[in-house]
Design a binder for this molecule. Structure first.
Ligand code: MLC
Ligand code: AMP
Length: 518
């Protein structure tokens, strides 16, 4: 077991205190701006989020209620998240690309007091919300359109805090696909958010001078919690781009000091002819995470820019666990030692015994103030993911070397990570198996030059049925968010099975390993 050094409890504020402290101490400092010229100082952040919180309160939302936010990445989306933090409502981020059935499931599972959707989608989404039993639906769009923004404009910027927040109350419910194929809401507490951002701001040397170039979606922990909270904890600034575009990002490096990305961002940046030391000179720190960063990408980025990418390792259920050091060796292929206050250990996947020797491969387990409070309304699943002595089983396979650096070598869980997005094969298989003409299917990941892993399906037709790859992908497109769609569907006579009759995904991965590489 390795544990990072401890952090002082006194330095860990409640997330709402960051907003109040920053307004008090740096009212005119820029919190966030966009390339189109919108800007929020810490004072306007405080007022704007208080008005939104007041608007939510007027609509009947109160502490402990869920607020389902299916909103475009925008200044308004950031304000909405912060309004929820301040009033103690549970923020439930939802991908704007979620299919109708995914949206329906998330609403039924989280049972929010209110669902907030883009103005242009209200007509299509209202019946879904209605059927799911959500009584309130409001709209929020970029640039201040929408019913909730209108209400916020005529609401007072009153202190939205209903008294002291409890560290163990839940701040956000972030859905992450479970092994059963159904998304589970990870309950992240205020203490999880506060401790992790405090640790990261220190570990990555954030200061009021920093500008984070933000290109990540706002419905995963990486872009929503790690990025925004680290900025709030250090009273620094964000340059918010609506999405990742490598040519545009390259232009904005001269206005930023920190970049947080997934490996696909780095491989795409390497295709830009203009990526060189001059273009990246203003940036002091490049961070990568959410998926394994190939060693070649790490080395090539250094060769082209002179910057050593800092790789870290996290999960929806735990926020960030480990990080290569700011000072000290950043080892390619390693995710670094545990962050301060966080314990990581390796256990034997067979018997669960803790491995104390370095470099032994096993299951990685985590313990610390970053570990979530459990899955929403699913104590059975929660209990199954914790050991008897309270450690969280990550489902990742790894080793810890002699210097205390963690190396992730694979996954015990059946998961494909495509462009930093998790795809649980079971969820896609269930949809494939429901298609007419499909007898059975297996979904797996194989190396992909852009997405790291490409979601791939092998399907067996029912006797006499003929299946078309395009028709299958199109049919799935109506049922699943598009990043989950298989990039290829292979029609096969049978699936490889072991003596017990279990489908051998390793054989499929091996057989089709070069599918996207030619
Ligand atoms: C988009 N597409 C993807 C995809 N993203 N396909 C596979 N995998 C993905 N990740 C598809 C779209 O459906 C579309 O297909 C086509 O690619 C182009 O869509 P796009 O919107 O233009 O894509 P693009 O902007 O290029 O997005 C790629 C990306 C994005 C890599 C920039 O996926 C991204 O921002 N990923 C980051 C995800 C992230 O934040 N992960 C953190 C999880 S938290 P079609 O057919 O519709 O044209 C976590 C914990 C931790 O893991 O440690 O951080
Ligand atoms: P998510 O469930 O979306 O939060 O994804 C978490 C998973 O992403 C982890 O369990 C790991 O499998 C993977 N992951 C995150 N960061 C890294 C990294 N730096 N290297 C390898 N895998 C990572």
């Amino acid at each position: 077991m390795r544990t990072g050094s401890t952090i002082s409890a006194s330095s860990v504020a409640d997330p709402a205190e960051w907003i109040e402290r920053n307004e008090r101490e740096h009212p005119h400092r820029l919190f966030l701006r966009t390339p189109t010229g919108r800007g929020l100082s810490y004072q306007t952040l405080s007022n704007g989020s208080a008005r939104l919180a007041c608007a939510l309160t007027r609509r009947g939302v109160t502490t402990g209620d869920r607020v389902a936010a299916r909103v475009e990445k925008s200044v308004e989306a950031v304000l909405l998240y912060i309004a929820c933090l301040r009033m103690g409502a549970l923020y439930v981020p939802i991908d704007v690309g979620a299919s109708p059935q995914e949206f329906d499931y998330l609403l039924r599972d989280s049972s929010p007091r209110i669902a907030i959707v883009p103005p242009g989608e209200a007509d299509a989404l209202e019946p879904i919300a209605d059927r799911a039993g959500v009584q309130l639906l409001e709209t929020l769009g970029a640039d201040g359109e929408g019913s909730l923004s209108r209400l916020a404009r005529v609401s007072e910027p009153e202190d939205p805090s209903p008294g002291a927040h409890q560290p163990h109350s839940v701040a956000a419910l972030v859905y992450t696909s479970g092994t059963t194929g159904r998304s589970k809401g990870a309950m992240l507490t205020r203490a999880n958010l506060a401790s992790n951002a405090t640790v990261l701001a220190e570990a990555w040397r954030f200061s009021g001078e920093d500008v984070l170039l933000h290109v990540l979606p706002l419905f995963h922990v990486h872009g929503l919690l790690t990025a925004i909270n680290t900025v709030l904890a250090s009273a620094s600034s964000i340059l918010l781009l609506p999405k990742f575009d490598s040519a545009e990002v390259l232009q904005h490096f001269k206005e930023a000091t920190v970049f947080m990305g997934v490996p696909t961002h780095y491989t795409r940046l390497l295709h830009e002819a203009g990526l060189n030391p001059e273009a990246t000179a203003h940036v002091r720190l490049f961070v990568s995470g959410s998926a394994p960063l190939p060693i070649e990408t790490h080395q090539e980025f250094f060769r082209r820019t002179g910057h050593v990418i800092l790789e870290r390792y996290g999960m929806t259920e735990t926020l960030m666990n480990t990080s290569n050091p700011y000072d000290g060796p950043r080892v390619p292929g390693s995710v670094g030692p545990p962050l301060p206050g966080i314990g990581i250990r390796v256990t034997n996947p067979e018997g669960g015994a803790v491995e104390r020797k370095p470099d032994v491969i096993g299951t990685l387990e985590v313990s610390g103030p970053n570990v979530f409070a459990g899955y929403w309304r699913d104590p059975g699943k929660t209990a199954g993911e914790f050991t008897a002595d309270g450690w969280f089983r990550t489902g990742d396979l790894g080793r810890i070397d002699r210097d205390g650096y963690v190396h992730i070598v694979g996954r015990a869980k059946d998961l494909v990570i495509s462009g930093g997005c998790n795809v649980y094969p079971r969820e896609v298989e269930l949809e494939l198996d429901a298609l007419p003409g499909v007898l059975e299917s297996a979904v797996f990941g194989v190396p992909h030059p852009d997405f790291g892993e490409g979601v791939t399906a092998a399907v067996v037709p029912k006797s006499g049925a003929s299946l078309s790859e395009d028709a299958i992908i199109e049919a799935l497109g109506a049922r699943l968010a598009h990043y989950k769609l298989p990039k290829r569907v292979l029609v096969v006579a049978e699936l490889p099975r072991n003596a017990m009759g279990k489908v051998q995904k390793s054989a499929l991965r091996e057989r089709h390993g070069g599918l996207y590489l030619s």
